[in-house]
Design a protein around this ligand. Sequence first.
Ligand SMILES: *[C@@H]1O[C@H](CO)[C@@H](O)[C@H](O)[C@H]1NC(C)=O
Ligand SMILES: *[C@@H]1O[C@H](CO)[C@@H](O)[C@H](O)[C@H]1NC(C)=O
Ligand SMILES: *[C@@H]1O[C@H](CO)[C@@H](O)[C@H](O)[C@H]1NC(C)=O
Ligand SMILES: *[C@@H]1O[C@H](CO)[C@@H](O)[C@H](O)[C@H]1NC(C)=O
Ligand SMILES: *[C@@H]1O[C@H](CO)[C@@H](O)[C@H](O)[C@H]1NC(C)=O
Ligand SMILES: *[C@@H]1O[C@H](CO)[C@@H](O)[C@H](O)[C@H]1NC(C)=O
Length: 551
Amino acid sequence: MSVNLLLFLCLWASSFLVTRSEDPYLFFDWNVTFGTIAPTGIPQQGILINGQFPGPNINSTSNNNVVINVFNNLDEPFLLTWTGVQHRKNSWQDGTLGTGCPIPPGKNYTYHFQVKDQIGSYVYYPTTAMHKAAGGFGGLRINSRLLIPVPYPDPADDYTILIGDWFSKGHTTLKKMLDGGRNLGRCDGVHINGRNAKGDGKDEPLFTMEPGKTYKYRICNIGIKTSLNFRFQGHNMKLVEMEGSHTVQNIYDSLDVHVAQCFAVLVTADQEPKDYYVVASTRFTRRVVTATGIIRYTNGKGPASPDLPPAPVGWAWSLNQFRTFRWNLTASAARPNPQGSYHYGGINITRTIKLANTAAKVNGKLRYAINGVSHVDPPTPLKLAEYYNVADKVFKYDIITDTPPASIQEIQLAPNVMNLTFRTFIEVIFENRETAIQSYHLSGYSFFAVAIETGTWSLEKRKNYNLLDAVSRHTIQVFPNSWAAILLTFDNAGMWNIRSEIWDRHYLGQQLYASVLSPERSLRDEYNLPDNTMLCGGIIENMPKPPPYSI
Ligand SMILES: *[C@@H]1O[C@H](CO)[C@@H](O)[C@H](O)[C@H]1NC(C)=O
Ligand SMILES: *[C@@H]1O[C@H](CO)[C@@H](O)[C@H](O)[C@H]1NC(C)=O
Ligand SMILES: *[C@@H]1O[C@H](CO)[C@@H](O)[C@H](O)[C@H]1NC(C)=O
Ligand SMILES: *[C@@H]1O[C@H](CO)[C@@H](O)[C@H](O)[C@H]1NC(C)=O
Ligand SMILES: *[C@@H]1O[C@H](CO)[C@@H](O)[C@H](O)[C@H]1NC(C)=O
Ligand SMILES: *[C@@H]1O[C@H](CO)[C@@H](O)[C@H](O)[C@H]1NC(C)=O
């Protein structure tokens, strides 16, 4: 054996040892129950995790192994997804009905995933029924490892603010409405971390700040369907991160946070010491609904002023704000290489997929579709059907084409699965032909959000793409009668949900799955079916387990 080879083997072996000792485990036991909550002041049934609403914050660091044993003490099946956690090679843990079975009532399931090579601000929430409208959600943060420089000084503390619209009817009634083909209508309220200040001088603060210090606030829209504008009374926000990417650090008075999006900002306590409001108010709704919360200076001497900062008006403001978001090309990513070292603008596009959302009645009931297909979840999860080699008994690949027809009058109900070739660089155009705003999310990846424009997309529009410093993120809004373009390499094998985050639309079929298969069934590309995987659907339960992937 040559000395070089020996040296190589030693390094190789020690890299395993190092990796092992460097990747700690975080263990959680979560008890999911019904309980009483009052996000808009009126007590109602909600979903608690360990008695909390919103649920516990997960505070992790890049490469941590996260093990969460979820006990479903509801009387209905339940499943959680971890939005923006990429689950490299591991769509088994993505927690959608296409990747795994829901946890039956009274049972538990242990999620096990590594937050590999990513940093940033994320959320988790239920994907079953309309549970998201009742709670079961919380924040999930991934800190940078100590050795990796972060492009701003350590904040004095790190606060999570979850904002969302709220429907008082309760998740069971909402589900019945949708099952009956009815529209949800407008929201009844807005909450900030599960509550709304009364403004009577007795509100407990959400958070406190010491004068002179700078704090990080992670702001995510955990709501059902409404874009929200978020702002601080008397303070600016310096944007530092968006869904896992360090941004150019612009200053904002307020931010439009569309459903499922997350921003991290720095706020300095440099004003007169007293209470201040944070405000979340609905955008693009006829009636503006507002929620407030209190931020208190530790040496504070007085209540917050009742004069709330005004919200912006109109779509154009929001579109212009999107265009100010830039990736910081020189900041380190989760690894010590600059974010901009991946030159996405120079890669040839191998396939363009246009996805158009439409609504139509099927048998008299409202359904939402993408390219004419309204997705339904088969009893056997798509990923399990693929793994057990019985996909043909459960769904058909590619029932939609890459170009939607100019007009979609009829909607077909079926599992909607696209075959994406592993490691190809793809352009996806989201076309919003309707008059309501869209927010699209892709699981398992982050993508370059290169353009949002009004009108209709055509090849010439590529001239307008930001091919230099578009932010790499996981969710993008599409304004009415507009389109949005994203670019990405499908290099993460698995079954990944592409969904409208407008949750009534998602529930009524506006979603699909991207099947990305490793041609070699190789462990280098994808993990084996975890031993504790739940089986369901009536086809695979009694089948022999397929041979595992090979090295
Ligand atoms: C979970 O909550 C239920 C209902 O409150 C309770 O009966 C049960 O003991 C709890 N289980 C655990 C493991 O905490
Ligand atoms: C989160 O984790 C980091 C790293 O372990 C730690 O420094 C920090 O204090 C934690 N924050 C909270 C709020 O637990
Ligand atoms: C359920 O919880 C127990 C521990 O209480 C654990 O041993 C078991 O593996 C869990 N089941 C699953 C499917 O994760
Ligand atoms: C980008 O990141 C670099 C490196 O950490 C930092 O020095 C710089 O201030 C950041 N630039 C902007 C515009 O935020
Ligand atoms: C992209 O395509 C062009 C034209 O077909 C070709 O000349 C170029 O070499 C390709 N670039 C890469 C990076 O493959
Ligand atoms: C998916 O596409 C690849 C090549 O693009 C092809 O080899 C494969 O057979 C397709 N798979 C299915 C299930 O259609």
